[in-house]
Design a protein around this ligand. Sequence first.
Ligand code: BTN
Length: 263
Amino acid sequence: MPVSDLSAELVLRDLGTEVIGRQGRYHPVTSSTQDLAQAAGRAGVPEGVVFIADRQTAGRGRLGRPWQAPPGGSLLLSVLLRPAAGVYPVLSMAGALATCRAIEETSRLRASLKWPNDVLVRDKKVAGVLVEGEVAGSAADFAALGIGINVNLDPASLKGVTYPVTSLSAELGRSLSRVQVAQSLLRHLERLYLGASSGESPYGEWRARLVTLGKRVRVDTGRGTDEGIAEDVDQTGALLLRRGDGSLLTLLAGEVTLQRSRR
Ligand code: BTN
């Protein structure tokens, strides 16, 4: 796909949202759209601005991992938000859910989630969500909500990933318009964000989409690993892990590997 298939103008045209995407900036190449959104956050730019790139030289994922995206094939965007008190903890749920809904709307593929926010199609990761923010007092001053979706790329071009990956085009056997996926994503994000801002949590649908619950899992927290049954998630998105000794561990972040269940 040529880079010219994506631009802020195309994405924002007829978007019809009030907050998310009220302005957009497109960069053929940048370090990370997260850097752009954070710089805008510190500079006092109003919320809702969307930063889109075709290529990132330092794209990043959760737990300090790099995010790979060969040029021309991914949707890479970050939205600057200024969430009301209490909304910051559900932003990544809202981002993951908006991504699932956009994938389903534009491709008809069924999307699910692996805790906390890996978006899966046919059990392979197709998209990820990263929230970074700065807190002022008890509320978030701003948040950069970043989403990367493998739209039209060959999963074999992603090197060194330790989990199964895919793209929408690989699952569909044809390419999709990145502009349409972006528009669908931003519209769903707006609904979920405005809903969360008026007290409607995305928790219920997010929880229902998690393939992780009830499974035996290993969780790498970056500081060690824990194993057990993924018993539930709480309203803040934390995973409740029941360990072999019966204790219940509350995990805020980590990389989950599903284990074969023992009988
Ligand atoms: C993950 O699953 O680890 C989260 C990946 C988030 C990647 C997106 S791509 C757009 C934005 N810019 C970044 O550098 N990261 C996020």
